[in-house]
Design a protein around this ligand. Structure first.
Ligand SMILES: Cc1ncc(COP(=O)(O)O)c(C=O)c1O
Length: 363
C-alpha cells in the first residue's frame, strides 16, 4: 500500500487488516485443496466446517442461549424487512406488527412490511429530525401484537438505544446492522436480532439472523422458500447455494474479534474511539453533532460544519490525506465517520487531528 488510508465508509465498511491478509494468502488454495474458497461446494465438508465454526464463534462471543438459531440469509438486511412479517405477523390474530421509527432504515423496515401485516408505528423521531430515540412506555405496546421492531443503532444519524423497551410478552425484534457485536447485549431479551454483514461482520449482500426457536414455524403459506426462517434453520442455511465467501469472511472476522478479547473488550475500545470525536465536537462550535448527547452511539458519528461549502472542502482535503468515505448519507448530507469494530484508534486520532487543523485553517 502506498499510503495509509483509513476507511470511514458506513458500509461496505473496513475489515480488520489481518483478516484481509489471511484471505489474500489462502485465496488460491483453501486448506490445501488446490482450489479457492469461492470454488468449493457449499455441501463440501470443508465448507460445512467453516459454517459451523462461524456459528460457534458467534455463540461464544455473545453467550447466545441454546434456544436461539443462527442463520445466514440472502438479500442483506433489507430483505429481512419483508421476511420478518412473512415469518412472524401471524403470531398476532390481526397480524398487528409494531414499529418504532428512529431513522431512515427503521422507516424502510415498516414500509417493506406493509404488504404482509397490519403495520403500526407506535413512536417516531421524525419531528426532531431523528436526533433522539423516543421513549417507549410499556403501555404503548399492545400485548396482542406479533412483535415490536426497533433499529438499535441508526446508521445515518448515529443515535442508539441505551436501554431497550420492555415489550412484555411481545417478541422484541432488532435490526442491529450497524452495531452488531460492538457492545454487549443480552440476547435473551430479544425474539430475533438481525444484521447485514457489511459493517461489523463481512461482505455485503447476506445477513445474519438470530432467532428464538419458538418463533420458527409461523410463516404464512405464501412465504417464498428462501425467506422462510424455519426452512433456513432446518437446512442450517444451506437450502440453496449459500454465499460461501461471505460466511467464510465472517468466520475470520469473528475469530479476529475473539483475539481482540471479545465483545466487552471491543466495546471499551469503541467507546474510547467515539469519545475522541465527540470530545472534539463538544469543545467547539465549529463542528455540530446531529444527535443529542444522551442518545449518541459509538459506531457512526455524524456532524456538520458551518456551511455546505466548508463541508465539501473538508471532504476533499480529508480524502487527500487518506481519510476516506467521510461523506454523510445522501439523504442528510454533512459528514459521517463510521468507526466500526475494525477501525483502529489510530484512524480516529488521525481524523481528530485533521479536524483540529481544518478548523484552525478555516475557522
Ligand atoms: C440499520 C440498517 N438497516 C438496514 C440496512 C440495509 O442493509 P442492506 O443494504 O444489507 O439491505 C442498513 C444499511 O446500511 C442499515 O444501516
Amino acid at each position: 500500500m502506498s499510503k495509509q488510508v483509513y476507511n470511514f465508509g458506513a458500509g461496505p465498511a473496513m475489515l480488520p487488516v489481518p483478516v484481509m491478509e489471511q484471505i489474500r494468502d489462502e485465496f488460491l488454495d483453501f486448506q490445501g485443496l488446490g482450489v479457492s474458497i469461492v470454488e468449493v461446494s457449499h455441501r463440501a465438508k470443508q465448507f460445512e466446517q467453516v459454517l459451523l465454526a462461524a456459528q460457534e464463534r458467534f455463540r461464544q462471543l455473545t453467550g447466545l442461549p441454546d434456544n436461539y438459531k443462527i442463520l445466514f440469509v440472502h438479500g442483506g438486511a433489507r430483505m429481512q424487512f419483508a421476511a420478518l412479517p412473512l415469518n412472524l405477523a401471524s403470531l398476532s390474530p390481526t397480524k398487528k406488527c409494531l414499529y418504532v421509527e428512529t431513522g431512515n432504515f427503521a422507516k424502510l423496515a415498516n414500509k417493506d412490511a406493509k404488504a404482509f401485516g397490519d403495520i403500526q408505528v407506535i413512536a417516531s423521531g421524525a419531528d426532531t429530525n431523528y436526533d433522539r430515540i423516543p421513549t417507549i412506555d410499556p403501555g404503548m405496546i399492545d400485548q396482542d401484537a406479533a412483535y415490536l421492531h426497533i433499529t438499535t443503532n441508526n446508521t445515518i444519524y448515529g443515535s442508539r438505544y441505551n436501554s431497550f423497551p420492555d415489550a412484555g410478552k411481545v417478541p422484541l425484534i432488532a435490526d442491529q446492522t450497524s452495531e452488531i457485536l460492538s457492545r454487549v447485549i443480552d440476547y435473551s431479551k430479544f425474539g430475533c436480532v438481525y444484521a447485514g454483514l457489511q459493517k461489523n461482520l463481512g461482505p455485503a449482500g447476506t445477513a445474519l439472523v438470530v432467532i428464538r426457536e419458538d418463533l420458527l414455524g409461523h410463516a404464512v403459506a405464501e412465504t417464498p422458500t428462501l425467506l422462510n426462517y424455519e426452512v433456513c434453520a432446518k437446512d442450517n442455511s444451506l437450502t440453496n447455494t449459500a454465499n460461501t465467501f461471505a460466511i467464510y469472511v465472517t468466520g475470520l472476522v469473528l475469530e479476529w474479534l475473539q483475539q481482540q478479547g471479545g465483545v466487552a473488550a471491543i466495546e471499551k475500545l469503541n467507546e474510547q474511539k467515539a469519545k475522541v470525536l465527540y470530545d472534539l465536537i463538544d469543545g467547539t462550535d465549529y463542528f455540530r453533532g446531529v444527535i443529542l448527547p444522551e442518545f449518541r452511539g459509538i459506531m457512526n458519528v455524524s456532524f456538520n460544519l458551518p456551511s455546505a461549502e466548508l463541508e465539501a472542502k473538508f471532504l476533499k482535503e480529508a480524502g487527500e490525506v487518506g481519510l476516506y468515505a467521510l461523506k454523510g448519507h445522501r439523504s442528510v448530507g454533512g459528514i459521517r465517520a463510521s468507526i466500526y469494530n475494525a477501525m483502529p484508534l489510530a484512524g480516529v486520532e488521525a481524523l481528530a487531528a485533521f479536524m483540529r487543523e481544518f478548523e484552525q485553517n478555516n475557522g
